[in-house]
Design a protein around this ligand. Structure first.
Ligand SMILES: *Cc1c(COP(=O)(O)O)cnc(C)c1O
Length: 356
């Protein structure tokens, strides 16, 4: 159990217009902070007024990117309860990322306590309107003031909160995707399975290239052969070919183990829909398209939940999926996941965790 010291704000912010929230634009009144010092461990757990961090310019995270982050949401149920969706999975992944990044692990119970405490503190910020939620962003940064490449001896763990609207105004919206054959997101032995800023920094160029051509996101291929499907934008990706649902396996270490991904696989299996976790080449996708057996494709992630792919551009072939409409499997997954998350469907799989 953490002993969390609480310093309440004396200047509560005016809440934004909840009809114009967007995503990632507004932050609540408080944040959780905790420090790590080698030889002492994690210490000084506290909730303090939200505000800037003061860091020396030589702080290691600025130069060598030793950091990690997580992302999950808190939801208001119709009964007025506040719940989290599978937070233990995020915490387990946080510690997997920490091990890869030489960042000290955090006791899973302590991490959950910290998340619940700060969410409860700012619970009046959680939107109650349909499709809106409170995005929770835990992150850890290396804080040694030192130029030199080795793991830091001190760290800061922070949790900030952000009221957000549904990612797409229409709830669920097919997007246009460009198949990226030049740049890659992750390589075997690299940090693809870890949730770290560095992965995002190196993906920006591909994203920008796609946007210039009028595409929303990039479909990444593997870093070795540029042949196998990796992820779509910052989401996991699924293809429905001839009634079977296929998603890249986690075994090569280049795929981020999404909580939404895992939940989709479990939901599909519970409904008797065949799911395969395996290597899927872009050629297999193109062949399926030509044969008329490419039924659907979609991305999965906490922010957008399910993001159907309406168009896939290979440079030569432009594949239109489902006439640019939402496919039945995408829709079923979206309805079931959001139903459980917002407490409108019975949580038969035991996925939700109450905050208060
Ligand atoms: C966070 C993330 C995902 C989705 O994970 P969820 O737990 O479902 O939100 C997928 N890919 C990348 C690269 C990510 O960073």
């Amino acid at each position: 159990m953490l002993d969390i010291k609480i310093e309440r704000t004396t200047a509560a912010k005016t809440k934004p217009d909840y009809d114009k929230l967007g995503f990632g634009n507004y932050y609540t009144d408080h944040m959780f902070l905790m420090n790590y010092t080698k030889g002492i461990g994690w210490h000084d757990a506290r909730i303090v007024p939200y505000g800037p961090l003061s860091l020396d310019p030589a702080t290691m995270v600025f130069h060598y990117a030793q950091e990690m982050f997580e992302g999950l949401k808190a939801y208001y149920t119709p009964e007025g309860k506040i719940q989290l969706f599978r937070p233990q999975k995020n915490i387990e992944r946080m510690n997997n990322t920490n091990r890869r990044m030489c960042i000290p692990e955090i006791d899973p119970e302590d991490a959950l306590q910290a998340i619940r405490a700060v969410v409860e503190m700012d619970k009046d910020w959680i939107p109650k309107e349909e499709g809106k939620s409170l995005y929770i962003r835990p992150f850890i940064i290396a804080t040694d003031v030192h130029l030199g490449v080795h793991p830091s001896k001190t760290y800061l763990f922070a949790i900030i909160l952000c009221p957000v609207a549904a990612y797409y105004a229409a709830g669920i919206n097919p997007v246009k995707i460009f198949i990226e054959r030049e740049y890659v997101r992750a390589v075997r032995g690299g940090t693809g399975f870890a949730k770290v800023g560095g992965n995002y920094a190196s993906s920006l160029i591909g994203q920008e290239k796609a946007e210039k051509m009028g595409y929303a996101q990039v479909l990444w291929l593997d870093g070795v052969e540029h042949k196998y499907i990796d992820e779509v934008g910052a989401m996991n990706v699924f293809f429905v070919i001839d009634g079977k649902v296929i998603t890249p396996a986690l075994s090569e270490g280049n795929i981020l183990p999404g909580v939404t991904r895992a939940s989709c696989i479990e939901l599909l299996k519970s409904k008797g829909i065949p799911v395969e976790e395996r290597k899927l080449s872009i050629d297999e996708v193109l062949d399926a398209y030509k044969n008329g057996t490419l039924n659907e494709a979609f991305g999965t992630g906490t922010a957008a939940v399910i993001s159907p792919i309406g168009e896939l551009n290979d440079g030569e072939t432009v594949m239109t999926l489902n006439d640019g409409n939402i496919g039945p499997i995408s829709q079923m997954l979206y309805d079931n996941l959001t139903g459980i998350q917002w407490g409108k469907l019975e949580d038969t799989l035991g996925w939700t965790v109450p905050v208060c």
